[in-house]
Design a protein around this ligand. Structure first.
Ligand code: ZN
Length: 435
């Protein structure tokens, strides 16, 4: 039996943290964090009274914490199970039977493993969609991460389930309002092939009324577009426009299969789009994600890993590298999807999509940031930091992770990580059939 909730995550809120001599924009600088914000950035900060914590950051670069705008945290437990299979075999014969066995506590254990992996690889905020969202929220709350958590609506044409989903949306909204400011709530209608048009319109009205976002998988595969044409006589983005639900609070994951006019619509309504290169490649959903075409239209483009059964890790450094390389090769254009663009997708643009004041090293911004160890082969020489981060680094280059002014990791070690791994192994032994 897994013992849960007996230890709170032992990270500490220092109130005032001084980062000394970190590499930032080509020079070494001091950064003062007061409460949960960056309060000062200057070459040298002298304080009359010493802060509670001083981090000597010479030999480290400070970067904004990375923002994973599409994942399913607890699917870390499915890592390495059902690889290299056709999409529907993978889902129907592998993932869904395992999910049917998962308890609420299993989701908590899986989400804790995800939070640990994210903290260790420099992700400070994530947008999640999975069952038992309270458990993912609890894991993020305890581990100290910032998270926007979607309630997954998934009715598959069943009117009873649809009604239950509507009722639960309101209950969860209420519940999430009792959590810390780091944890926010939104609606996650799973996809247009599992949620009715009427229910999508409910989501839109609910989101408008309560000022929350909508998180939806869209145009992930060619098959999805064909089915949409068959059922609704039009393509997915046009279908959403017809339903009247396109708008700036809509966040679409994947969007691999769209035409020019659909991208014009996404731009017109200021819809955000999240690219998930690892998942799209591993599931062979498609490779021609139109990053440049969407960027030119002014569409806000975020970056995600998707869940660990199709990714198979939550390392945003891997995701950045894949997105950039993939975006170049399919269009035979080495200037496409630059390191600077994809780094912005993973930081400032991701923050904008989630409406949080993070993703930047700036006075007044939320203190969500990482220190990168520069004394590593893959970070040497430091000719171009962004290039090294996108094309060379991995999450293991992260030394320190700070979220909301709390230090969650120092020296590459998260307090309590051994216990989190042990619990995840124990749950996986029970729910994953041994081959
Ligand atoms: Zn997904």
């Amino acid at each position: 039996m897994v013992r849960l909730g007996q230890e709170q995550h032992p990270s500490t809120h220092f109130g005032r943290i001084l980062i000394r001599g970190a590499y930032h924009e080509g020079t070494n600088t001091d950064i003062l964090i007061e409460g949960n914000r960056i309060s000062r950035i200057a070459p040298r900060i002298e304080l009359e009274d010493e802060p509670a914590e001083v981090i000597e950051a010479q030999g480290m670069a400070v970067i904004p914490g990375l923002i994973n705008t599409h994942t399913h945290a607890a699917m870390t437990l499915h890592r390495g199970y059902g690889d290299d299979l056709p999409l529907m075999t993978w889902l129907e014969d592998y993932i869904w039977p395992v999910e049917a066995k998962m308890t609420e506590l299993d989701v908590y254990v899986g989400a804790r493993l995800a939070c640990l992996e994210m903290i260790k690889s420099g992700t400070t905020c994530f947008l999640d969609m999975y069952m038992h969202p309270k458990q993912t929220a609890r894991a993020a709350e305890e581990m100290g991460l910032r998270a926007m958590i979607s309630y997954t609506l998934f009715d598959q044409g069943n009117a009873e389930r649809a009604a239950l989903d509507r009722q639960r949306s309101a209950e969860y909204l209420e519940y999430f309002s009792t959590l810390s400011d780091r944890i926010s709530f939104n609606l996650g209608p799973h996809a247009i092939y599992t949620v009715s048009g009427e229910q999508l319109q409910f989501c839109h009205e609910f989101a408008q009324k309560h000022g929350v976002k909508i998180h939806l998988h869209l145009s992930e595969t060619q098959g999805e577009v064909e089915e949409c044409l068959r059922l609704h006589g039009t393509t997915p983005v046009r279908y959403l426009e017809r339903l009247g639900i396109l708008g700036p609070n809509l966040i679409l994951a994947h969007v691999v299969w769209v035409d020019d006019e659909e991208m014009d619509l996404l731009a017109k309504y200021d819809v955000a789009v999240v690219h998930n290169p690892a998942s799209n490649m591993k599931l062979a959903s498609g490779y021609a994600f139109k990053y440049e075409e969407m960027k030119q239209r002014g569409i806000r483009l975020g970056l995600g890993t998707d869940g660990c059964s199709s990714s198979n890790n939550l390392d945003m450094f891997h995701a950045m590298r894949l997105a950039s390389l993939l975006g170049k090769v399919w269009r035979f254009d080495s200037t496409a999807v630059s390191a600077a663009d994809i780094f912005a997708s993973s930081t400032s643009i991701g923050a904008d999509i989630l409406s949080i004041e993070a993703g930047r090293i700036a006075e007044g911004a939320l203190a969500d940031l990482c220190l990168i160890d520069l004394n590593r082969p893959e970070m040497t020489p430091l000719t171009n930091l962004t290039s090294n981060l996108v094309y060379s680094a991995s999450g293991s280059c992260v030394d320190t992770t700070i979220v909301d002014g709390r230090i969650l990791m120092r020296g590459g070690h998260v307090p309590g990580e051994e216990e989190i791994l042990a619990q995840a192994r124990e749950v996986a032994r029970r729910i994953i059939p041994q081959e």
